[in-house]
Write a protein that binds this ligand. Sequence first.
Ligand code: SF4
Ligand code: SF4
Length: 212
Amino acid sequence: MIITKQKDIKDILYSIKNGPVFLIGCSECATVCHTGGEEEILSMKEKLENENIEVSGWVILDPACHFLNDKRLLKNHMDEINRAKKILVLACGNGVQTVSEIFDTAEVISGTETLFLGEIKRLGNFEKRCSLCGECIQDLFNGLCPISRCPKEMLNGPCGGSIDGKCEISSDLECIWDIIFLRFKKKGQLYRLKEIKEPKDWSKSTVMRRTL
Ligand code: SF4
Ligand code: SF4
C-alpha cells in the first residue's frame, strides 16, 4: 500500500490562499491511511470553510491513480470543478498527478506527503517494505528486503552499527540484518550468509521508467 500523511493544515492553507476549492480524495490507500477518505475530505472541507475558503464540491475517486475511472467520475462534478480556482487532492503523489493530467489548466495542490510502499502493522501504524527497485532479490534473504529496510542497503551483512537489534540510524527502526540473521538461524540456514551477493543490477531500476 502507498503510505501517505496529510500535510500540515498551515501548509495547505498557504498553497490554497483563496477559494473556491474542489476537494478530491481516494477510496484506496489514502482512505486506509486516513489521509484522504470521506471522513478526511469532510474534515478538510470544514477546516477550509472555517477559514472562509469556499469549497465548491468534493469527490472520492476510486482510486485516484486510475486515469480512465477518474475521468468518468469527475464528469459528474464538472460544474463544481469549473467554479473552483484550485483542486486540492488528498491522495498519494500518483493520484495527484493523475488528476493533474486530466485538468492540465487547473491549479492542482497536493494535500499529502507520499512516504513509502508499506505494510499495515496496526491501524495507523505502517512500516516501509519496498522501494520499487525493479529487481526483487528477496529470495536471497528469506523473503526480507534489505534494499527498502536498511538505510545503507547492505547486501552482505550488517554494517556493524546496530545496537540490541536496532538500526544505528534510529532506535525506532529494527536492523533488518538482525532479522535476516535470526530468520536464517531459525531455519538452520546460516551457511547462506557466506554466499557473497553481487552488487545489485540497478539498470533494472524502474525509478525513472514510465512503463514496463
Ligand atoms: S528487493 Fe526491490 S522490489 Fe523486492 S521488496 Fe526490496 S525494494 Fe522492493
Ligand atoms: S544497523 Fe542494520 S539496518 Fe541499520 S544501516 Fe546498519 S545494517 Fe542497515
